[in-house]
Design a protein around this ligand. Structure first.
Ligand code: TXA
Ligand code: MG
Length: 326
């Protein structure tokens, strides 16, 4: 069993670098969720990521870069993808672009695809990647199919026996994973709604995003049950039934809320940004309340609401299919 240390970000750069250079995987904070990071050019490190998560190897990883020159040495950017990188990086946007054959990325990262998912994170990860001088492959730091971790303690509770270090920078500010956008033939396709609202991207791009995710075989994580708490999740609840916990949004509207086993409000004032930040940790807390079902009040679908509703509908999806990923 590995002894897992939690170190505050201010003290963690040197030990984190030493572990990454030795091909180990560690958990690092990003602005979206905690990531399980390894050197993207080292096949042993990348294999360890899949192993620690219990993730199927056909599901590719995001490569995290420190700057545009590192990004352009890995992916091929056309004028549109460059414009989006300029506008949203560093930040919670992942761009899927053609992979350069000489990128040096280990093929396990892309699961053999000819495209690569690239993201430039903010905060601790950015400094770490520049110091390492190589991209970091990093999926969300959670066991495959579970809710992503938004705190160092949540990472340790899930993966602590498998990794030597969690770098702690407190609660992640965005709280939801990045938006994943595929740039293809001058068009844009949304593979996963996330921390940058799709409307904002459309405004910068000056064109609509194709939101049709049907047949997205190259992104297996987009389908089926995912982000699954132990309890069942019931969406658009207008009343609380016996034995349920309630996840509220805005002024509590659900009938019978007084009888809920536990209540948490994503945002009393109905703010979607605040709701995104709280979503995963509140789902975990309500799950721990012992309720068999978590009833969720309706949440608006505009802006960050698209990503919040996406995660909730996956948390509510039937569990009798094989765990999809991530
Ligand atoms: O915010 C985030 O994006 C976090 C932080 C740690 O950066 N990372 C994250 O990674 O959510 P992960 O592995 O949990 O989700 C990445 C998704 C997966 O569903 C994968 O299928 C998809 O990105 N993906 C990766 N490479 C792809 C590619 N070349 N084409 C299409 N989808 C890809
Ligand atoms: Mg994930």
């Amino acid at each position: 069993m590995t002894i897992c240390e939690i170190l505050p970000a201010a003290d963690a750069q040197a030990p984190a670098l030493a572990l990454l250079r030795a091909g180990e995987v560690i958990a690092i904070p990003t602005e979206t969720v905690y990531g399980l990071a390894g050197d993207a050019t080292n096949g042993v490190a990348v294999a360890r990521i899949f192993e620690a998560k219990g993730r199927p190897r056909f599901n590719p990883l995001i490569a995290h870069v420190a700057d545009m020159s590192m990004a352009e040495s890995i992916g091929i950017f056309d004028p549109l993808s460059r414009k989006l990188a300029d506008a949203f990086w560093p930040g919670p946007l992942t761009l899927v672009v053609p992979l350069r054959p000489d990128a040096g990325i280990h093929p396990l990262v892309t699961a053999g695809l000819s495209t690569i998912a690239l993201r430039m994170p903010r905060g601790f990860g950015a400094g770490l990647i520049s110091a390492l001088g190589r991209p970091l492959a990093a999926p969300s730091a959670n066991s495959s199919g579970k809710i992503s971790a938004t705190s160092a303690e949540a990472v340790r509770a899930d993966l602590g026996e498998k990794i030597p270090l969690v770098v702690d920078a407190g609660a992640t500010p965005v709280g939801l994973e990045s938006t994943i956008l595929k740039v293809e033939d001058g068009g844009l396709r949304l593979l996963r709604p996330g921390g940058v609202p799709a409307e904002e991207i459309e405004r910068v791009a000056g064109r609509p995003i194709n939101r049709n995710r049907a047949g997205n075989v190259e992104a297996p994580g987009m389908l089926a049950s995912h982000y699954a708490p132990g309890a069942a999740v019931r969406l658009d609840a207008v009343e609380v039934r016996p034995g349920e916990a309630l996840l509220a949004f805005g002024p509590v509207r659900a009938k019978g809320a007084g009888k809920a086993l536990a209540i948490l409000n994503l945002s009393d004032r109905g703010d979607l940004r605040e709701a995104a930040t709280n979503l995963f940790s509140y789902l975990k807390s309500l799950d721990a309340s012992g309720a068999k079902v978590i009833a969720v009040e309706p949440i608006p679908t505009a802006g960050l609401g698209e990503a919040i509703n996406d995660r909730l509908s996956r948390a509510a999806a039937p569990r009798d299919m094989p765990p999809a990923q991530s």
